[in-house]
Design a protein around this ligand. Sequence first.
Ligand SMILES: *Cc1c(COP(=O)(O)O)cnc(C)c1O
Length: 397
Amino acid sequence: MSNAPRISSFHPPKRILLGPGPSDVHQRVLDAMARPTVGHLDPTFSDMMDEMKVLLRYAFQTENALTFPVSAPGSVGMESCFVNLVEPGDKVIVCANGVFGRRMAENVKRTRGELVLIEDAWGKPVDPQKVEDAFKAHPDTRILAFVHAETSTGVESDARLLTEIAHRHGALVIVDAVTSLGCVPLKVDEWGIDAIYSGSQKGLSCAPGLSPVSFGERALEKLKSRKTPVQSWFMDLNLVLGYWNEAKRTYHHTAPVNGLYGLHESLVMLAEEGLEASWARHCRNHQALLAGLQALGLELLVEERARLPQLNAVLVPEGLSEPQVRADMLNLHGIEIGAGLGDLAGKIFRIGLMGNSSTVANVKACLVALESVLAAQDWSVTPGRAVAAAETVWSRA
Ligand SMILES: *Cc1c(COP(=O)(O)O)cnc(C)c1O
């Protein structure tokens, strides 16, 4: 091995993750992932996975039997919904008001569905009237797909209303809840959502790489009535079911054992806090951050009624260098915030307060750091005002 390069263990820096994901992973979750690896067919592991399904059903607010984590990031959860439910020729209305809606549209094309694309401006919620109109123009539509919490813009769309419209027109819904799960109200059964996917690294604050999904009865019927096989072997739910839903589990793929320990722990933590308490915490810390940002003379992109508390898209005012703000936040203060994507690149930066990242301490650290980063760019700030403004919000709560 004399030619082996001298590379030693990787020790990442300790950051505060206030970007669009991943969010800060709690020490309890990191500890869980460091526990001994067992075989993925070990009976103790099966017991843990049964608990996982119970915990996921709670997080999604559903009784759906088919609720489990796909062994891959949120994008594969997205793709799983489309490859299983869209058959060649199926008409699918996709609502795109940001990056992830456009990805859904791309999925429809690749599954050879017939795409009906409805676009809304980046920074605006999906317009229900446009969805109504699209159904009237395309009464043979089988599926409506939309993003509940559009992470690229910080916008929440009305998932309950959009689902209701789709059902009224005899279509199923596929919902992207990657950034909404655990952060804002989401009720799969009450709202009648047919297929939904999320991610481990946003509101759940687990390490990246797992995608909780849930499929309701109507989605399973659609799957069973397929005339063509699902074109993906790995994502074919008919095959995955044998592993997740049978008493005697059979080998499908090697489950990412330690990652699943982490997801289990993060879901235990969510259940301990309680979903409603988590939603309220996200809301409170968002209000506090917003008060602080306004004290710094900054404003949000999104109108109040559609703002996501867990993803704050901050408009970059004239005279500030957006890349410099992000670089200084990271290099001088150890805080990661996100850039704008696509149409919004350079126009916004994104402050995520997701899951375990949504804390009083993080909001304060972010405001203190921003204050000094802005001051370095000759932006007029009154030292201490931002945190004081945030404090008034917490003291009211
Ligand atoms: C992050 C994200 C995804 C993709 O998840 P990955 O884990 O990065 O593959 C999909 N949709 C939304 C809304 C997201 O925020």
